[in-house]
Unconditional design. Structure first.
Length: 230
């Protein structure tokens, strides 16, 4: 298991949250704590999260809704905390996209064991590596010009977005520098010779921040670039 996996804990009751944090910290997990659904979603979009522990009864939107929104972005392991049997029925019956659930009250030791099992299961058959799909890899939103890679929001510039947008339409197709210049910058001039390479370089660095091993943009020497993950 990767050391210091980061867990997002979504729980509005601080006494319960404190116990969980203590147990996870003792097992060398890093814990980010959110006390509401909206806060959890914001944290999830901003940070690299390895596993989510999600209470169902939250002060704003409930855990089911938080789960639904996280699942639009990522297949990260997700464990529900539930207090009532009707909640368990919903978790199990409606296939909420949760990987596991644990009933309150639970022992911190039991919870840590569940977290470890779910992380391990995820790493043995990582759905992202096995079947790259649009949901899990590179998601572009043309309307608000955002890019999510492996569920994480990238801090991206206008031209970096433009490059991805063009290449995303035809993955694996090789685009020459001239073609990208024309499609993204519209009125390029001669002084912009290296501008595409510079932007590809910064873009790659941002993608590698999310996944160091990912080869998202491939260089074809003397020809141009292609998008390999989509
Ligand atoms: Ca609660």
């Amino acid at each position: 298991m990767k050391p210091n996996a980061r867990v997002l804990l979504v729980e509005d009751e601080s006494s319960i949250a404190d116990n969980i944090k203590y147990a996870l910290n003792a097992a060398s997990f890093e814990v980010l704590w959110a006390t509401s659904g909206m806060e959890a979603l914001t944290l999830f979009k901003e940070q690299a999260i390895d596993l989510v522990i999600l209470d169902i009864g939250l002060p704003d939107i409930d855990g089911f809704e938080v789960c639904r929104q996280i699942r639009e972005l990522s297949q990260v392991p997700l464990l529900f905390l539930t207090a009532r049997s009707d909640e368990i029925d919903r978790v199990v019956g409606l296939e909420m996209g949760a990987d596991d659930y644990i009933c309150k009250p639970f022992s911190p030791r039991e919870l840590v064991a569940r977290v470890k099992t779910n992380l391990r299961r995820y790493q043995i058959s990582p759905p992202l590596a096995a079947v790259p799909s649009q949901d899990e890899s590179l998601v572009l939103n043309d309307e608000n010009r955002t890019v999510h890679f492996r569920g994480q929001l990238l801090d991206i510039t206008r031209y970096e977005f433009g490059i991805l947008q063009v290449m995303h339409k035809h993955p694996k197709r090789v685009y020459s520098r001239e073609e990208l210049l024309e499609k993204v910058w519209h009125e390029p001039d001669n002084s912009m010779d290296r501008v595409v390479d510079t932007h590809i370089k910064t873009l790659r660095a941002k993608l590698k921040e999310v996944d160091e091993k990912a080869e998202v943009i491939k260089t074809h020497r003397g020809i141009g670039y292609s998008l390999e993950i989509y």
